[in-house]
Design a binder for this molecule. Structure first.
Ligand code: SF4
Ligand code: SF4
Length: 357
């Protein structure tokens, strides 16, 4: 629904709902709550938002995701043109997710259910006031808002979501006649199977035929594989007792390629670690001696470039330490020969390089 359309129907600013159900009329990132505030008051308001939500509202306000791309002011970073929900809703030709048969899909839940009173208070370790709740948390309780809209819809108003076909999986077959012992070949094959399984799996996501979920899956797969790549190519076997590959903070952060979200600790711990554990790959972040847990990330949840290392090891069912060593050999040989293009071959489990002497 566009702003002009809202005005046409006589809707007020407070009835402006984002495509994922957020109240754009009350959103701290939008222009409305800050109207009439002095510069000093706005700065205090931003600090308060940061304390409660962990993020600071930007100075150039977001005019709501209901405007079209061409209406977004050049100097504005929001709304995000790449937002999957915004694009998915637009492709379905509706105002928001409440009109969709798949409502609420996983992509939506990850966004519109991320901030609520319970988890904000749990993170802060203290209750928030009613005023703080109404100003900073309630606007983001998108699922409830969309549920209310959904309850008012007629069955004929609910539409099928936009679909996206699964991209072709390009996995190169495991090479024959590798010049290694039987045991070593088994370990390389375990790595190949792992990469193949990651390439073919829906990684725990549902509704992957929809535009939003298909794109979310592709992005998640790229992040999980990049994580494996970083540990495989740059990791070192530093601890003889635990047999894990270890990578330092700076190397990890500097080698994320296009998968920048790998710097967000919440995403790494909750998503990447969980996905990999389903495939028998175990990971942990280890604080270095003297580093406090609260100093490992920034106030907005980004991993700092010091104070920790990442450790990864394989369960026996996926080949254990021998397969981990094969992962390292494979990744390093690719990096040596193909440089910045090596990751693409790694994603495709292209092990032809092992045939070369
Ligand atoms: S950031 Fe989201 S909720 Fe806030 S005004 Fe923009 S579109 Fe609406
Ligand atoms: S499939 Fe698309 S339109 Fe449907 S709920 Fe998910 S994001 Fe919204």
């Amino acid at each position: 629904m566009r702003l002009s359309a809202l005005a046409y129907w006589g809707l007020t600013v407070s009835s402006l709902v984002s495509k994922c159900g957020i109240d754009c009329g009350a959103c701290p990132w939008g222009p409305h709550p800050r109207k009439g505030m002095s510069a000093k008051d706005f700065e205090q308001y931003r600090q308060k938002a940061k304390r409660i939500l962990g993020y600071m509202p930007i100075k150039t306000p977001c005019l709501t995701c209901q405007i079209s791309d061409v209406e977004i002011p050049k100097e504005s970073k929001l709304p995000n043109k790449k937002c999957l929900i915004r694009r998915c809703v637009d492709k379905a030709g509706v105002a928001n997710c409440s009109y969709c048969t798949r409502f609420p899909c996983d992509t939506l839940k990850a966004t519109a259910a991320a901030w609520n009173r319970e988890n904000i208070e749990a993170r802060l370790g203290t209750p928030i006031t009613e005023e703080e709740y109404r100003s900073f948390v309630e606007p983001f309780e998108g699922i409830q808002r969309l549920n209310a809209i959904r309850a008012s819809l007629k069955p004929e108003e609910i539409v099928e979501p936009a679909k996206a076909p699964a991209p072709e999986t390009r996995i190169v077959g495991f090479p024959k006649n590798l010049p290694f012992s039987k045991k070593e070949i088994e370990s390389f094959e375990a790595v190949h199977t792992l990469l193949l399984n990651l390439a073919c799996s829906s990684l725990g996501l549902g509704d992957t035929d929809t535009f939003a979920q298909q794109h979310k899956l592709e992005s998640l797969r790229a992040h999980v594989l990049r994580f494996l790549w970083i540990l495989g190519n740059y990791g070192r076997f530093e601890d003889a007792k635990t047999s894990g590959l270890v990578v330092d903070a700076e190397t990890y952060i500097d080698n994320r390629g296009s998968e920048k979200t790998l710097a967000i600790w919440f995403f790494v711990e909750d998503t990447v670690f969980n996905v990999l554990s389903e495939f028998g790959v175990c990971c942990e972040l280890v604080a270095l001696k003297g580093a406090k847990t609260e100093d490992l990330t920034t106030g907005t949840g980004y991993l700092r470039k010091k104070g920790w290392v990442l450790r990864m090891w394989f369960e026996e069912k996926v080949g254990g330490t021998a397969a981990l060593k094969s992962l390292q050999t494979f990744a390093q040989r690719l990096a040596e020969k193909y440089g910045s293009k090596a990751f693409q071959r790694f994603r495709g489990a292209d092990m032809q390089i092992l045939l070369e002497k």
